[in-house]
Design a binder for this molecule. Sequence first.
Ligand SMILES: [Zn+2]
Length: 427
Amino acid sequence: MRILLAAFLACSAYAQTRPVVITAARMIDGISDRVITPGLVVAFGGKIRPASEAPRDAETIDLGDATILPGFIDAHTHLTLPYEADYRNFQLSTIEKNVAERALDAAAIARITLLAGFTSVRDVGAHDFVDAGLRNAIRNGKVPGPRMLVSTSAIGATGGHCDDLSGYAYNTFGRESGIADGVANGPDQMRAAVRFAIKYGADVIKTCATGGVLSLTDDVDTPQLTQAELDALVDEAHSLRRKTAAHAHGAEGAKRAIRAGIDSIEHGSFLDDEALELMKTKGTYYVPTLMAAVGLREALEKGYFPPAVAAKARSAAASLDNTVRKAIAKQVKIAVGTDAGVYPHGRNAGEFVELVRLGMKPMDAIKAGTSIDAQLLGISQITGSLEPNKSADIVVVSGNPLDDIKSVQNVIFVMKEGIVYKNDSRR
Ligand SMILES: [Zn+2]
């Protein structure tokens, strides 16, 4: 810990005053299919500079037989949700801590996520605006963490997945949840809920178009919003220049969201051919969150779920692999998102491994978690590839991920906006 802190302080000073040249055996830029050997990237003033501008007085960091990559992006995190394998503890964890304690927990999780190589995240659902506070604290340099796009409360119908996870746990019985909790019914309330979320800091609008796995009172695959509700939600969000993401396991709810113009479908466990074709036609991104299924399988093995949740976890996890294989074959735009919090934080890079297991080429998986994610998040002007004038968000992994994708889980160097947060070459 002391070593890391010292490295952090020293390197932030370097980042302000001296250019840094990072070298390794190879480099993948996140946007082309090229492998550049040897790898070399110049960072100065928080930005990537053309290699030709490497000044002689630069500090050089050589990482050896390793691969330089753009900082990873996770399009589906819950940094405000500490991982709890046991379902009862998971439910209790949302009420037994006050807002301040939950915010401090979230700051610790943000740091873990950054050190796992993730320099940007889209955080999709939080309570009490802890996500917006954390985003601001990171942006202002108060705590280390990834660049965050946040949604505040996810928006859904009474009794739906977004209500169950917030309604019961938060309000207990007696006070019905409403727009301030992200619970809305009918097109007008959908617009009001979007406006409310944006007023309190939402960069992106997240909705629950179908049931979910970890909620107690719904089926996992039924639609939970009408076409008119989704149309209103997406229209209002897009009018206010916010992108939209829909939690959707079932095909019917997903198709309503896709027809409404949603920017991404999350999970998509039971997407049928028609839904996948529609996504391809409309350019909708698919964020399968395969690591969520990994987390569910691990919890199932330990018997941590009540029977109703266990049955839903089993059926969703069983269907997801086949859906993702089909989506890869159909060339639907797939983005990396993990549902961090449903499995232990810090294992986010496992999503790359899962995508390759299901048939994606390693180079395509890397792009999915860098430049394609940046497009989905609307931040490709800033990050997502190793190109001059982009933010110096740089990750180095040992070995070659094209030979063995698991190497993305062995992150040895992390720089975000020109500041070094991890550097194993100093050992
Ligand atoms: Zn989620």
